[in-house]
Every structure is written in structure tokens, then in C-alpha cells.
Write a protein that binds this ligand. Structure first.
Ligand SMILES: *Cc1c(COP(=O)(O)O)cnc(C)c1O
Length: 402
């Protein structure tokens, strides 16, 4: 029997890059795929499904409230919309037009990246602070907490920060400076799982809303994400995200998600309606999160990844024109990896050319390319299936023999 990709005429690839949107995210474990199939066979009230999933997210993050988004990026858009419009129905209807609303979101220049389209999509104007001297070789400093405070005024809707390790200032430093002014702090933690302790960490450090990807290392559906944070802000998210196409007399939102008594009427479809989340994604995300937490607690999660890397290393024994290094120190590598450093001189071509050769071969194989400039291809174990480490090693050996 053919599979869907064969019927569509699309080549499948061996993915040693790990879950990337460009390469269609992760490979769902059977239990997650099964949960999505099960969910697909019944209809439910979407708001009540979100409330149930949100309660689980609240439990595992330690936040007041949780919500399933269709990715970390749309979580950021919804978070910005919540901080701008709050529970004001008329303001929600106007977004992304923010005339007359507080719409400034403060961000360190060194935290900016192209995902902040999401924040701007809600209508926010980014107010940049700080100069990242340390990243230009011109000095040692970066944005400083007082610089955020200096920009706070009556138009400030939120502060936004990206918690990639090494980013400055750190979240606790930002919280210490900004929280006393009552400005909510939105955290982009899209790729910060594992370690799974980060689920609770940023909330505990004082973030008001935190976004994670569901489609990265926790192995949820590609178009899923986690939003966790303050109850009133998550309520605003739900008001602006859920489909509202019913009569106010029949509207029956779950009280844990939306407090009808706190608002003047029934919201209309809001800015979040463009990034709706299906029941299948919610079921898949919740299942992936539960299984990942279980396997993390038992040690099975990392052990599985380490085994995959060890199998790649074994397969690469005797490889020509390259050295291999296994990176499996949990302190330094939340996900174990294998680094393959090429002898570009002996190969008479650079690592970029080798990378292209591997991507264009059959089957195509993709690597983590971040260190290609230092002649190193990195293998990430997350999307390698049973049997693939051996094929991957064979392809590498083949290409490096020539
Ligand atoms: C991956 C990523 C995103 C986007 O996450 P999605 O779940 O794909 O929407 C946003 N911000 C950062 C820093 C990321 O690494």
C-alpha cells in the first residue's frame, strides 16, 4: 500500500535537524497520533475542550490558567492582543487598529527576531531598548533593566522577552525592574523544552504569559502550542480566539476560562480567530505533553535520544575525512547530539557543499546547519525513527568517501 506522500509525489526525508517547521515539525508517537484520530471522531464544544486542556496546562506549569494555541508564534500574537485590549470588547473588535489604546510593547534590541511579527500583528508598536555591544565585539554590555523602566508610560501594554539561554537581561532581572510598575511580561519560550522544568520556571520567575511550541521537542502536533499565565490575560486570549458565532442568549462559556459577569456582553470573533486550533491539535498536544512529562520523569526521554545518537556514532565508525564527537552532557546539552567535523581540505570541498549533497541525495538527509561555518554538521536525534540512524550513517560515509 502506498502512503500519502507517495500518492502526492512528495519525497520523505531523513531528518537529523530536529523538529523544524520547514521540515514539518516532529514525528508523532503513535499514542499522540491515536489521540488525534480519536478526537476527530466526535464533536464537542470547543470552549469546554480548551478549558479542560487549559486546566491541565495550568497544573503542569503552575500558572493560574492555560490555553492551547496553534504554535508559539500565535501564542505571542494572542498574548499581545490580551495585553492591549484586556476585557474591553470594543477594543478587541478594533484590533489590530490600536488608536486610543495602550499599544507599546517594550523589547530589548538583542531579543528581536522575525517571530516578533506575531506581536506586531496584534497592533503593537515595538519600543526597542538597549544596545547589544557584546554581540558586535564592540563591548561587553547589553540592554539593562533600567532601560525598560525608562520607556514605561501610559501607553505601555507589555514587556516582551525571549528566553534563549545567554540572552540579556535575564527574565528575573526584567521582572525585578518591571513588575513593580504593573506592566505584564510576555515570554517567548518557544524552544525551551527540554528541560521540562522550564514549564514551571518562567511562571515561577514572574512571567505573566509564557508561550511554548507544541511541535518542537515535546512531540506534539506541528501546529500546536502552549500558553500559560495569568487568569485574566488567558481569559482575554480565549475571548479573542474562540469562535463566537452564536447568540448571546445561548452562549455558555466555561466559567473557569471566561467569567461572563466580568464583561459587558458577548465578544465577537476577534483577531485570534485567524489562528484557530482544532480539537485534534488540542488532543494531540495534551497527550504529547503528558507522555513527555512521564518519560522525562522516568529518564526514558533522554535515554531514548542518547540511544539514537549512540547508534549514529556506531554507524559512523571508520568514517573517512571526519571526526565525530558525541555531546551528551545533560548540563550543557538539553538534547544530546552528535557533531561531525569535516576535514574540508582532504575532502576538497567545504561543509556547505557536503550539506547540499546530502540534502539533495536519495534519501535526502537534513542536519542542524548552525555550525557549518566551522566545518561541523550536527545530528539531532528527535526526528530520527527506528532504522534511520543506520541509513543516515551510511549516507554520510558514502558522501565523505568521495
Ligand atoms: C520556533 C520559535 C517560534 C515559533 O514557534 P511555533 O510553535 O512554530 O509558532 C517562536 N520563537 C522562537 C524563539 C522560536 O524558536
Amino acid at each position: 500500500m502506498t502512503n500519502i506522500y507517495e500518492r502526492l509525489g512528495v519525497d520523505t526525508i531523513i531528518n537529523a535537524k530536529g523538529p523544524a517547521t520547514r521540515l514539518t515539525g516532529s514525528i508523532l508517537r503513535p499514542e499522540v497520533a491515536q489521540a488525534m484520530v480519536e478526537a476527530s471522531q466526535h464533536c464537542v464544544d470547543l470552549a469546554h475542550l480548551q478549558a479542560a486542556a487549559g486546566a491541565y496546562i495550568a497544573e503542569v506549569t503552575g500558572a493560574q490558567s492555560g490555553y492551547v494555541t496553534d504554535g508559539a508564534a500565535s501564542g505571542l500574537m494572542l498574548a499581545a492582543a490580551a495585553c492591549i485590549a484586556g476585557h474591553d470588547l470594543a477594543a478587541q473588535n478594533r484590533l489590530p487598529d490600536t488608536t486610543g489604546l495602550k499599544n507599546e510593547i517594550i523589547v530589548a534590541r538583542g531579543h528581536r527576531n522575525m517571530y516578533d511579527h506575531a506581536v506586531r500583528t496584534a497592533g503593537a508598536k515595538l519600543i526597542e531598548v538597549g544596545v547589544s555591544d557584546r554581540n558586535t565585539g564592540a563591548g561587553v554590555r547589553d540592554a539593562e533593566p533600567w532601560e525598560y523602566v525608562a520607556e514605561i508610560n501610559e501607553r505601555t501594554a507589555a514587556v516582551y522577552c525571549v528566553v534563549v539561554p545567554g540572552n540579556q537581561p535575564t527574565l528575573p532581572e526584567i521582572v525585578a525592574a518591571v513588575a513593580p510598575h504593573g506592566i505584564p511580561i510576555i515570554v517567548d519560550a518557544a524552544g525551551q523544552l527540554p528541560p521540562m522544568s522550564n514549564l514551571k520556571r518562567f511562571i515561577a520567575e514572574g512571567a505573566d504569559l509564557v508561550c511554548f511550541s507544541g511541535g518542537k521537542a515535546i512531540g506534539g502536533p506541528q501546529a500546536s502550542g502552549i500558553l500559560a499565565g495569568r487568569r485574566d490575560l488567558v481569559m482575554s486570549v480565549a475571548m479573542q480566539h474562540l469562535d463566537m458565532d452564536t447568540a448571546p442568549s445561548r452562549w455558555n462559556p466555561p466559567a473557569s476560562l471566561i467569567d461572563r459577569n466580568a464583561i459587558q456582553g458577548m465578544p465577537r470573533d476577534g483577531i485570534g480567530r485567524i489562528c484557530k486550533v482544532g480539537k485534534e491539535e488540542i488532543a494531540g498536544l495534551v497527550t504529547a505533553l503528558r507522555l513527555t512529562l512521564e518519560d522525562d520523569a522516568s529518564g526514558a526521554l533522554r535515554a531514548g535520544w542518547s540511544r539514537t545518537i549512540a547508534t549514529v556514532a556506531e554507524g559512523l565508525a571508520g568514517v573517512n575525512n571526519a571526526t565525530i564527537a558525541v555531546r551528551d552532557d545533560p548540563e550543557r546539552h538539553p538534547v544530546p547530539a552528535l557533531a561531525l567535523t569535516l576535514d574540508e581540505k582532504a575532502l576538497a570541498r567545504d561543509a556547505e557543499a557536503v550539506l547540499i549533497e546530502l540534502e539533495c541525495g536519495s534519501p535526502p538527509v537534513y542536519f542542524e546547519p548552525g555550525e557549518v561555518g566551522s566545518a561541523t554538521l550536527v545530528v539531532n536525534p528527535l526526528c530520527l525513527k527506528e532504522g534511520e540512524p543506520e541509513i543516515l550513517a551510511g549516507r554520510i560515509k558514502d558522501v565523505l568517501r568521495r
